[in-house]
Design a protein around this ligand. Structure first.
Ligand SMILES: Nc1ncnc2c1ncn2[C@@H]1O[C@H](COP(=O)(O)OP(=O)(O)O)[C@@H](O)[C@H]1O
Ligand SMILES: [Mg+2]
Length: 348
């Protein structure tokens, strides 16, 4: 083995002040650990490096263990184990884990990065519980449009929310779909049903007097899922309710708690003016679909213009009305409703 590679690895580990300095990409941390451990294992180096390699190997192993153990916890439901990092959000590190105990489940474990954001985690749980409450048929449909809260607890004062996990075999975020379909954008045939499902989801949320506050391409998950049984059907799940605001707070002048930095163009002006309305979600939904779509057919342009109007005075708040408008346009353009299978191009 070339000494330079060993030295590079030793310096990397010796200078690391956190696990993320060594494992920046949570999706391949296991492979990276094995690769680095091979290089700096004390049995694999010459005498000259043994001392440094032993210390580096111990540090590497403990940082790796801290990564895996971070979200491990025993709660009143049982024990969350096999916790594996899989994504990084704006305020959380996300893991997949398995619950063993009275219930068995697979969950998305969201661990807040900064203790100062603990309140946003409470917001998410409160919103998802409000959305899950209720027993009408429509609500039952709606429950499938947001994740369920499986568990919620604290580890070292850090808030952790465990939500139902959306399998990547079935679900793609709008952002991922955009990448997979490539520069031409997502075919409008798909935008039609995706927008319809999104508007339904927002319609139900607004009926429960909640503004989502972050309707961004990375938070809209779509798939063809056979629920409850039988035929495949189009499905949406709107995730990340950490920025949601109940209507009664809106009346008191409360706005969205944070603007996602890389997406600042997706927010309408009223967010910064602290005068949000239900139509704030509508604006963000229209913006998200405009960003990822193939060129929008002429017939739909007035729809986007209406949803993206800057002034909330000229933008409608009633999502159901807007959805009727969308469906009427879709009928004029494509005829009767028809299921179009989501065939996603394979990535590289
Ligand atoms: N329930 C879930 N199932 C599958 N993937 C999820 C789930 N929740 C979040 N993700 C993935 O993790 C990313 C970050 O999650 P998010 O809830 O937005 O975290 P944050 O609140 O930190 O921004 C999402 O964009 C999505 O790709
Ligand atoms: Mg997010």
């Amino acid at each position: 083995m070339a000494i330079s590679q060993l030295e590079k690895t030793l310096i990397l580990i010796e200078s690391a002040t956190s696990a993320t300095a060594i494992f920046p990409d949570l999706s391949n941390h296991q492979k990276r650990y094995h690769m680095l451990a091979q290089i700096c294992h004390p049995d694999h180096v010459s005498d000259m490096f043994k001392h440094r390699a032993s210390a580096a190997f111990a540090k590497l192993s403990s940082l790796y263990a801290s990564l895996n153990g971070k979200a491990k916890s025993t709660t009143k439901l049982g024990k969350w184990t096999e916790v594996t990092p899989f994504a990084k959000g704006v305020i959380c590190d996300l893991y997949i884990g398995k619950l063993t105990g009275v219930f068995e489940a697979t969950g998305t474990i969201k661990v807040v990065q900064d203790l100062a954001d603990n309140d946003l985690m409470d917001r998410e749980v409160t919103a998802l519980k409000i959305l899950a409450a209720g027993s009408t048929t429509e609500d039952t449909h709606f429950q499938r449009k947001v994740p369920a809260v499986l568990d919620s607890f604290e580890v070292d004062d850090r808030r952790v929310n465990v939500l139902s996990h959306l399998s990547s075999t079935f679900f793609y975020s709008l952002e991922t779909l955009h990448k997979l379909f490539g520069v031409g954008g997502i075919p409008f045939r798909h935008i039609v049903w995706m927008m319809n499902k999104t508007l339904m989801c927002l319609g139900y949320a607004h009926e429960k007097e909640l503004i989502h506050g972050a309707v961004l391409p990375e938070h809209l998950m779509f798939g063809d899922v056979s629920i409850p049984v039988g035929e495949l059907g189009h499905s949406v799940v709107l995730i990340d309710w950490t920025c949601s605001v109940p209507f009664d707070q809106v009346k008191k002048g409360v706005s969205i708690p944070l603007i996602v930095k890389d997406r600042s163009d997706n927010y309408p002006p009223e967010v910064r003016l602290k005068k949000i309305r239900p139509s704030t979600d509508l604006y963000m939904a229209a913006k998200a679909f405009q960003q990822v779509s193939e060129p929008i057919p002429a017939r739909f342009k007035p729809f986007f213009d209406l949803c993206l109007v800057e002034s909330t005075k000229s933008r409608p708040d009633d999502v159901w009305e807007i959805r009727d408008m969308w469906m009427a346009l879709a009928k004029q353009e494509y005829g009767e409703r028809k299921y179009v299978k989501l065939e996603v191009p394979k990535g590289d």
